[in-house]
Design a protein around this ligand. Structure first.
Ligand SMILES: Nc1ncnc2c1ncn2[C@@H]1O[C@H](COP(=O)(O)OP(=O)(O)O)[C@@H](O)[C@H]1O
Ligand SMILES: [Mg+2]
Length: 419
């Protein structure tokens, strides 16, 4: 009897210990999860500190720009929320009361590549600025540097550009100097603010391609931060567990057609523009149905991409890849060839239209109408994983124009049939 009682007490004890250990493990996992979440996600407090930091620099006369006053003085720009910016740029969502004249308020995005303290500063402190002539020479030097930045972006001759500084800043540089009380200081502040912007690839690209509708509109700048139009992203159109299929086929097929047009346009900019980071989150969608490129940090014009492949040692093709821009390893010379083996269209099909699971598409073109299911699946396979007869062993391939044409026709037909 005593033995039975002892055994029961021991079992109870064991059970309590197990429960304790279980609770401890769950609690530790929860704490670790919370730590990881906090580490990865932005907070409102930190985001507001970014704006305050910028405004502190503005009030100390360290930075300037067309929107500093609206952000820091009249407070026409109001912080709303932030995105998960830990691994990438600082991206804050705001509303702006004065960005579009006559419109009460628009939703905008404030972007900046790095922390304020790490912004690229123009170091020309060796130049004296005490006379008007010296200030003019300084501005000429900045003009030269900014022209070079554009030149490096696209290898396009900017030497004849009439007012490169105002073009790059989106604000009249010379007017700013004229209206300032202390011209000597204004030259430095304006130049370094502009420089911290033009050192950001996305900003420079947006200015360079400003007249294309696929580039988000820039409303203005403050120091190294620039404010652009806010659109929804195609990330909203990805399949999410438990979310179901909130967007109709017709809507998704129409977006796919716009994306195909956009990708074709990128081949006709004088030099091909390669998008090396293609994913739904990097495309914007305006209310009027236009698609935009909201993240051009990994977009490269042809010559720069080839330069990237140049002199790269390799033992396999993957060593030559620049994100989604696939390279080719010449295993004899152990050097990457100077060519991209896939193209934007292949990447679009793979990463946006098909999504994570090739055998069961979860991307934008998932769940098509029954009548086109088989044909669409075949075309998406051909486009995302092209098999082209070639001498090259294991080469990655371009999506073929013929496949894309058939895909366009099929999507168009499916939209008309549903109308
Ligand atoms: N113009 C914009 N409109 C709406 N959302 C944007 C815009 N720019 C960025 N975002 C949001 O912020 C995220 C991160 O911005 P992005 O420019 O892609 O930076 P990163 O280099 O960190 O990927 C985007 O995936 C998108 O969700
Ligand atoms: Mg991005």
């Amino acid at each position: 009897m005593a033995l039975l009682r002892w055994m029961r007490r021991r079992a109870k004890c064991c059970c309590m210990t197990c429960c304790g250990v279980f609770v401890f493990i769950i609690a530790s996992l929860a704490l670790f999860g919370r730590y990881l979440y906090k580490k990865e996600h932005c907070t409102d407090v930190e985001s507001k500190q970014i704006i305050e930091g910028l405004c502190d620099l503005y009030s100390q006369g360290e930075v300037t720009g067309s929107l500093c006053s609206a952000l820091c003085e009249s407070r026409d720009l109001h912080y709303q929320t932030c995105t998960n910016y830990r691994k990438g740029k600082k991206v804050l969502f705001l509303t702006c009361d004065s960005c579009i004249p006559g419109k009460t308020s628009v939703s905008v995005v404030l972007k900046m590549k790095t922390d304020l303290s790490e912004r690229d500063q123009l170091d020309m402190s060796h130049l004296e600025l005490d006379t008007e002539q010296r200030q003019k020479d300084y501005v000429r030097e900045v003009e030269f540097l900014v022209k070079n930045s554009f030149m490096f972006l696209r290898h396009k001759d900017m030497s004849k550009h009439k007012d490169i500084l105002s073009f790059a800043w989106g604000w009249n540089f010379h007017e700013y100097l004229k209206n300032s009380n202390n011209r000597q200081k204004a030259v430095v502040v304006a130049s370094s603010s502009l420089w911290s912007l033009t050192e950001q690839q996305e900003y420079l690209m947006s200015r360079d391609l400003y007249n294309y509708s696929f580039i988000p509109r820039i409303y203005g700048t403050c120091g190294p931060a620039y404010v652009v139009e806010n659109t929804q992203t195609l990330g909203n159109y990805e399949f999410e567990m438990f979310k179901g299929w909130p967007h109709s086929w017709k809507e998704r097929a129409a977006i796919a057609l716009k994306l195909i047009h956009l990708i074709k346009d990128l081949d006709n900019l004088g030099q091909k523009l390669h998008l090396c980071d293609i994913k739904p989150d990097n495309f914007g969608l305006r209310d009027n149905g236009e698609v935009t490129l909201i993240d051009t940090d990994c977009a490269m014009f042809e010559r720069n991409l080839l330069e990237q492949f140049n002199h790269t040692n390799c033992t396999k093709h993957d060593d030559c890849d620049f994100f989604d821009c696939r390279g080719f390893c010449d295993t004899k010379t152990k050097q990457c060839l100077l060519e991209r083996t896939n193209n934007n269209m292949q990447s679009l099909c793979e990463d946006v239209f098909v999504g994570y699971f090739p055998k069961m598409p979860t991307g934008l073109l998932r769940d098509p109408p029954g009548a086109i299911k088989v044909e669409l699946f075949k075309l998406l396979q051909e486009c995302s994983n092209p098999v082209v007869e070639t001498e090259r062993h294991n080469a990655r391939q371009h999506a073929q124009p013929n496949t894309v044409k058939k895909l366009q026709e099929l999507l168009l037909r499916s939209i008309v049939d549903l109308s």
